[in-house]
Write a protein of this length. Structure first.
Length: 459
């Protein structure tokens, strides 16, 4: 063919002893189904199955409705599809499996513009499912599984990825430089509906393998991200963001469920102007595991509205101008929160208590009592303070509500002789005196009901 046209293959197995070259523009190589038409490497072929000519760049070729079998146990080299000299190729409804090297490969940044992969499954390749350096890449409904090095290792260009699943990839990495899913040197990219299962790890140094790495990239937007950290040893990072500017991850779920310390949900290093919002990190089985770790080389990052309740260590934030707000189980330095404790109608010596829920020490800077049901007698005596067990008279009795009237109303906490204001912040510890107790100290306060509002600041 001099230009365009379709090479139609029927159902069956086709043995490829030398690479099928797409040598013209707009050529389509098609089968009748990805489990019906199979291109296979025979023993000792040691070649790519499909590729360009490596000299002249061919435009908008299509590969579709095929299966590719690499016979890796009887071949030392060979990739499924080498798109190095193909510009804007389309790969649709294709299965690639058991390649001696990569499923899909490309190492030419500028000549391969805008490759499009849709409905592609790549499994059990010795090296990478996808290993490409390209000016641009579109992926939709791509599934990689049980590949030795990486599921997808994407370098350069603009990425648009929807519905990508990396399932237990990176099972036999040769060293610490491989991840289940890697993005590096990319910019102005959008990813959504991404699932990464870190698998069981393996190889020479699985302790430093990361489920997902974003490196040396800027303006990367990710929504609906799920990462299962797998079961490799300490030092593992589920999401590692390195040397980046403007990585934004929203609506994510990270599960690092191995009983092994020294692991991280999110680890960010030398990265600025990034945000991580509306996420959930679970690593409750790991003593010493850190939900979020921000290195001192970072600046102007945001961690907001994430649930860190089930992390052994909620967060370690050390960057400059970091905004931490609204996270469950953790409060940032200088962050203000107001919480409420309901008081139900009770009797003498009744205690209402709340345990520290901020993942660290905080300072109580104000407390207010709203009485909605009056005391049964005049001159009731109340107290509020910190305690180590949430029962009985507070260990650190502060007399904060002495002198409160017996009528319905709104009362400011008061320290004796201070004129009705809480003038000295109260330390509320994460361990030790980690409860705040409100106690009705005498019979005159019986039947009191209302709400205490406590404002704290992260320490």
């Amino acid at each position: 063919m001099t230009r365009g046209g379709t090479v139609q293959l029927l159902s069956g197995d086709y043995y490829v002893a030398s690479t099928i070259i797409l040598n013209n523009n707009y050529v389509t190589l098609a089968g009748v189904g990805r489990v019906a038409t199979f291109l296979k490497l025979p023993n000792g072929a040691n070649c790519n199955i499909i590729g360009g000519n490596g000299i002249n760049y061919k435009t908008m070729c299509t590969i579709r409705d095929l299966g590719l079998e690499g016979n890796e146990s009887n071949n030392a080299t060979g990739n499924g599809i080498d798109i190095d000299s193909l510009t804007s190729p389309f790969i649709n409804n294709v299965i690639i499996q058991n390649m001696p090297e990569d499923g899909i490969t490309c190492d030419n940044t500028f000549t391969n513009g805008g490759a499009v992969l849709t409905n592609v499954r790549i499994a059990s390749c010795v090296k990478n499912g996808i290993e490409v350096t390209t000016y641009g890449l579109i992926m939709s409904s791509v599934y990689t599984t049980l590949n030795g090095y990486s599921g997808a290792s994407l370098h350069g260009g603009e990425l648009n990825i929807v519905n990508y699943n990396s399932d237990r990839d990176c099972i036999t990495p040769p060293n610490a430089n491989y991840r289940a899913f890697t993005i590096s040197g990319s910019s102005c990219s959008n990813l959504s509906n991404i699932y990464v299962d870190g698998g069981d790890g393996g190889g020479a140094d699985c302790s430093q393998n990361y489920s997902m790495l974003i490196a040396s990239s800027n303006d990367i937007n990710i929504t609906n991200l799920m990462i299962d950290g797998g079961s490799v040893a300490g030092g593992h990072r589920c999401l590692y963001v390195y040397d980046c500017d403007g990585v934004h991850v929203d609506n994510f779920w990270i599960d690092d469920s191995v009983n092994d310390g020294g692991r991280y949900g999110i680890y960010t290093y030398d990265s600025n102007h990034c945000s991580y919002t509306n996420g959930f990190i679970e690593c409750d089985a790991n003593v010493g595991t850190i939900g979020i770790f921000e290195h001192t080389d970072c600046s102007n990052n945001i961690f907001s509205n994430n649930d860190l309740t089930y992390c052994s260590v909620k967060a370690s934030i050390s960057g400059v101008n970091t905004l931490v707000s609204g996270n469950t189980g953790y409060i940032g330095r200088g962050e203000l929160r107001t919480i409420s404790i309901a008081i139900t109608a009770g009797n003498e010596h009744q205690v209402t208590s709340l345990q520290n829920l901020f993942g660290g020490d905080v300072l109580i800077v104000s407390a207010y009592l709203s009485i909605t049901t009056a005391a049964s007698a005049s001159n009731p005596t109340y107290d509020m303070g910190t305690d180590d067990d949430g029962a009985g008279v507070p260990s650190v009795a502060l007399n904060l509500f002495d002198g409160v009237a017996d009528t319905v109303g709104y009362y400011s906490a008061q320290v004796a002789g201070s004129g009705g204001t809480l003038t000295v912040p109260i330390l509320w510890q994460a361990t030790g005196n980690d409860w705040v107790n409100f106690i009705i100290e005498d019979a005159n306060g019986a039947d009191t009901a209302g709400v205490i509002y406590i404002t704290v600041i992260g320490k």
